[in-house]
Design a protein around this ligand. Structure first.
Ligand code: FAD
Ligand code: UDP
Length: 394
């Protein structure tokens, strides 16, 4: 039965849950969430590994960070955060380097200690081969920023594996920020707030859905039940945008990742949570060791869970993970944006989230975007019947 709801939300990821929570708690509206998978939470979902109890992120490692105070205060209503700070190391040949590129990496790579000024001078000389503003592809852009030796060791192989393409054929816009830090700072994120949910992602996601006005139906694909939902019911759709319109403007392409899971018979496999494997000969891009996300927890001392990540193009049955910025995809997105606007006007359907906008969104961005969509569009519609504005850039 699909009657009697003020709002239908398709998808229980962070975007959908934020909208549902606000409508239920703030406006007292009755919300129905439909979720295709057998669990809530979208890609941030995590679960204990059955053998070791170690929390694993089933759809890839998720690190929470934000500089948005409103988002930080909002998420803290549902969970406490640990003081985890993310750091990544990079393995090249038989060495492991401190990443992102910093003074420790430069000293180790060139086998000599440098002052910050000396390192700056060295990289300036090595990167003079190309002018950044004149770079024609990813390779030239990267060399213009970090120089050829660091490019060949840390960027070429990794990028080729991640995108299955020679960096010479990739757009220079994939690499916008490739910081070289002329100090020993190796924190991965620059954001004001960072941490991991103390009791795990799933406890946080479940807490968001706890309100008595929210009902979640799992294992339900919206397209199987759509005809039973009363016409005009306000709907927030966070599934794939192209699927909603029957791929009428073409299919988007995506990158996906295969996670190869292994329980290793040691209490510590690599000494840290993430090691990138930058050599092209190694088939995976990185190894995640989940126990290191929660050093405060009491995990078994003789076993550890690792995921090796393999990146490839997504087939139709695969999980779509990363949008691919090509002219073809941008063109399709423009066409779907027009369709989405009309759908909002005529059928009260609003599109949001990562799949619903074909945009890579971090968690804090999905939540922030949902909070704005709620304030500016959904709440005015639910309270005063204001028409839903369907532009995709909430
Ligand atoms: P999703 O979480 O994808 O939720 C969409 C939901 O809709 C899914 O549950 C899906 O099953 C459901 N659905 C789709 N179609 C239908 C349908 N027809 N009927 C019913 N339900 C449907 N962010 C960070 O901040 N830090 C990180 O470290 C980080 N790492 C990431 C690593 C990977 C590999 C990926 C892919 C993403 C990562 N993210 C990270 C991004 C994060 O996952 C997203 O910000 C977040 O998932 C966005 O939430 P969403 O609600 O938009 O989409
Ligand atoms: N990159 C690289 N070497 C690395 C890590 C990243 O060359 O060790 C490049 C690569 O082209 C990648 C891009 O930087 O696609 C962005 O990487 P990041 O790790 O920020 O992306 P994520 O996979 O976390 O979304």
């Amino acid at each position: 039965d699909f009657a009697g709801y003020d709002l239908v939300v398709v998808g229980s990821g962070f975007f959908g849950l934020t909208v549902a929570e606000r409508a239920a708690a703030e406006l007292g509206k009755k919300v129905l969430i439909l979720e295709r998978r057998s669990h809530l939470g979208g890609n941030a979902y995590s679960e204990p590994d059955p053998e070791t109890g170690i929390e694993v992120h089933k759809y890839g490692a998720h690190l929470f960070h934000t500089s948005n105070k409103r988002v930080w205060e909002y998420v803290n209503r549902f969970t406490e955060f640990t003081n985890y700070q993310h750091r990544v190391f990079a393995r090249v040949k038989d060495q492991v380097y401190s990443f992102p590129m910093n003074l420790a990496l430069i000293n180790q790579f060139f086998g000599k200690s440098h002052t910050p000024d000396e390192a700056r001078e060295l990289i300036a000389k090595q990167s003079s081969e190309f002018e950044t503003s004149a770079a024609q592809n990813l390779e030239e852009k990267a060399i213009s920023l970090v120089g050829r030796p660091l490019y060949e060791a840390f960027i070429r192989g990794y990028t080729a594996k991640q995108w299955e393409n020679d960096p010479k054929n990739l757009g220079e816009n994939i690499i916008t920020r490739l910081p070289v830090r002329y100090n020993f700072d190796n924190r991965y994120f620059n954001d004001t707030y960072e941490g991991l949910p103390v009791n795990g992602y799933t406890a946080w996601l479940e807490k968001m859905a706890e309100h008595e006005n929210i009902e979640i139906r799992l294992n339900v694909d919206y397209f199987d039940v759509r005809e039973h939902i009363p016409a005009g019911t306000p709907t927030v759709y966070t599934g794939p945008l192209d699927r909603y319109f029957g791929y009428s403007a073409g299919r988007f392409t995506w990158r996906t990742v295969d996670f190869e899971s292994e329980v290793a018979e040691t209490g510590d496999f690599q000494g840290t949570s993430v090691v990138n494997y930058n050599d092209q000969e190694v088939p995976y891009t990185r190894i995640i060791e989940f126990r290191h996300f929660h050093p405060e927890r009491d995990y078994p001392k003789d076993k550890t869970v690792i995921f090796r990540e393999y990146s490839r193009f997504a087939g139709e049955e695969d999980e779509p993970y990363y949008p691919i910025n090509t002219p073809e995809n941008r063109e399709k997105l423009e066409a779907y944006r027009e369709l989405a606007k009309a759908e909002a006007r005529e059928k009260n359907v609003l599109f949001g989230g990562r799949l619903g906008t074909y945009k890579y969104l971090d968690m804090h961005m999905a939540i922030g975007s949902a909070l704005s969509a709620f304030d500016n569009k959904i709440a005015p519609h639910l309270t005063d019947g204001a028409p839903l504005d369907g532009s995709l850039d909430a």
